[in-house]
Design a binder for this molecule. Structure first.
Ligand code: SF4
Length: 355
């Protein structure tokens, strides 16, 4: 018996701001298809938009799937999206037959198609990383609160040894200038006063502007600064090696650019940083912070730290505490080292260069 097409949906996003952004875009897509958002336990379709950063990330998804079964034994149509979907793919419906759809972060523009496949009783798994990016196939932005996320860059080529992002989000890709400016204007028209530019390595973003000039994130920030109606600009997450002079100067010169910088360092020990393949030292990081502070003395700095990286000695942990004291962070996210739950490079999928 063919199952009825879903009329309502719920999206549950876990993890980073980019997953929240993707969740919003999927909601806009489903609304454009005529579906309506519904609350907990009331939706015909539930999308679990997953995060793969922590150990046992996948196990958490399977327990979340189990919780979707209703008291009368029925269950909604279940779609698993996000980074666990990308990493686990067809393994998910094999392990949890109640899952109808598996869709990766680069393929969710095909969600309506996948719902169609599922309604025909076909398993719908799509973890493709299409050359042509999803953004062009997504509907316009809908009504916004005061602050809106805007993904400008995705993927990562840094391959830190503890991180799964290069495998679940693919190679570094910068969205074209025109597409970003168009979406920024749409967000402002939809009510946003603040735009937070997102990327796994947002400060690696670059593109040609309307005049064909090569621009980095600083050029984009300066262009956004000129948009009427926008009051504040933020960006996250940056890598120390992509913090170029122009962006530091922008912190001194661009009025709408908020005095805040999230710059992960992970460890204060050069030996541990090397083992993490961070390709910067504690000294170069401190020098960078000094340059940023010279440009914008009132800037608030936040950082990420991993404690207990394999082989870390007491003295190396002390080196991390020392850099915390030296930089005097406004905010810090510290994590206990978590063995990489994900697939082992490089045997894994080849990563295409996307546009
Ligand atoms: S730079 Fe960030 S996203 Fe890239 S591999 Fe390292 S930790 Fe992961």
């Amino acid at each position: 018996m063919n199952r009825p097409a879903p009329k309502t949906f719920q999206i549950k996003s876990f993890g980073c701001q980019m997953n929240v952004y993707d969740g919003d875009r999927m909601a806009e897509l489903l609304e454009a298809e005529g579906l309506e958002a519904a609350g907990e336990g009331a939706a015909d379709l539930v999308v679990l938009n997953t995060c793969h950063i922590r150990e046992k990330a996948a196990d958490k998804v399977y327990s979340e799937i189990g919780r979707l079964k209703r008291d009368d034994g029925s269950r909604p149509m279940i779609a698993v999206a996000g980074c666990v979907a990308q990493a686990e793919g067809a393994e998910i419906p094999r392990r949890a037959p109640s899952v109808d759809i598996v869709v990766g972060p680069q393929a969710y523009h095909r969600l309506p198609e996948l719902i169609g496949r599922s309604l025909q009783g076909l398993k719908a798994v799509d973890t493709d990383m299409p050359i042509q990016s999803k953004f062009g196939a997504l509907p316009g932005r809908r009504r916004q609160g005061p602050s809106a996320f805007l993904t400008v860059q995705e993927g990562c080529d840094k391959f830190c040894t503890y991180c799964v992002v290069p495998y679940t989000r693919g190679a570094e890709m910068s969205r074209p200038w025109a597409a970003v400016m168009e979406e920024a204007r749409a967000l402002i028209d939809a009510g946003a006063k603040e735009i937070v530019l997102l990327g796994q390595n947002v400060n690696a973003w670059e593109s040609e502007d309307a005049a064909g000039r090569r621009q980095g994130l600083d050029g984009l920030v300066r262009a956004l600064d000129r948009l009427p109606g926008l009051e504040r600009i933020r960006y996250t997450t940056s890598h120390p090696n992509d913090m170029k002079e122009g962006l530091i100067r922008a912190h001194a010169e661009v009025g709408k650019l908020m005095p805040y910088l999230h710059l992960p360092v992970q460890s204060g020990s050069d030996r541990v940083l090397k083992a993490m393949n961070r390709s910067h030292s504690a000294g170069s990081y401190r020098a960078l912070i000094e340059r940023v502070r010279a440009a914008r003395p009132d800037i608030a700095i936040s950082g990420d730290f991993i404690v207990g990286f394999p082989g870390e000695s007491e003295a190396e942990f002390e080196a991390t505490l020392k850099i915390v004291g030296t930089v005097n962070y406004a905010q810090a996210y510290s994590f206990k080292y978590s063995p990489d739950p994900g697939p082992q490079p490089p045997a894994w999928k080849t990563r295409c260069r996307r546009r």
